[in-house]
Design a protein around this ligand. Sequence first.
Ligand SMILES: Nc1ncnc2c1ncn2[C@@H]1O[C@H](COP(=O)(O)OP(=O)(O)OP(=O)(O)O)[C@@H](O)[C@H]1O
Ligand SMILES: [Mg+2]
Length: 134
Amino acid sequence: MSTTATDLVPIRSGDDVVRVRQEVRAIAARAGLSLVDQTKIVTAASELARNTLDYGGGGTARIEVVMEGARRGVRLTFEDQGPGIPDIERALSDGFTSGGGLGLGLGGARRLSNEFHIHSVVGSGTRVVIARWR
Ligand SMILES: Nc1ncnc2c1ncn2[C@@H]1O[C@H](COP(=O)(O)OP(=O)(O)OP(=O)(O)O)[C@@H](O)[C@H]1O
Ligand SMILES: [Mg+2]
C-alpha cells in the first residue's frame, strides 16, 4: 500500500473541526470518491474531530490518500493524549454519552466507514483510524 497527499491538521478549536471537514472533502474529491462517499467520510470526520476536541482535549487529524493496486481511498487518523476511553464497546453503543451529547458519534462514524479501528489507553490517549474506499 502506498500513501500520497498527507495532511496533518491540529484540532484545538471548533474552527479546526470545520477545517478538518474542508480538508477531508477536498482530499476525498481528489481521491475520486463519489459525492455520497465524500459526504460519508466528511460526516464521520466531523464526529471524530469533535470527540478529539471535546473529550480528548484536542489533538490531530491526519488525512491521507491511500492506494492499494487499483484501489484508492482516504484514511483518517485522529489522535489525542486525553483521558482515554475505559470501555470502548460501551462508548461505541448508540446512546452512550459521558458529556451530554446524543451518543451517536462513534457508532455513526463506524457505520459510515469501510474500516474502523480504535485504540485507547486510559490515562494516555485515544487513536481512531478510519478509511473509505472508492
Ligand atoms: N477521544 C476521546 N477521548 C475520550 N473519550 C472519548 C473520546 N471519543 C469518545 N469518547 C467517549 O465516548 C463517548 C461516546 O462518543 P460519541 O461520539 O458516540 O457520543 P458523544 O460525543 O457523547 O455524543 P454525540 O457525538 O452524539 O454528540 C463519549 O461521550 C465519551 O465518553
Ligand atoms: Mg461525539
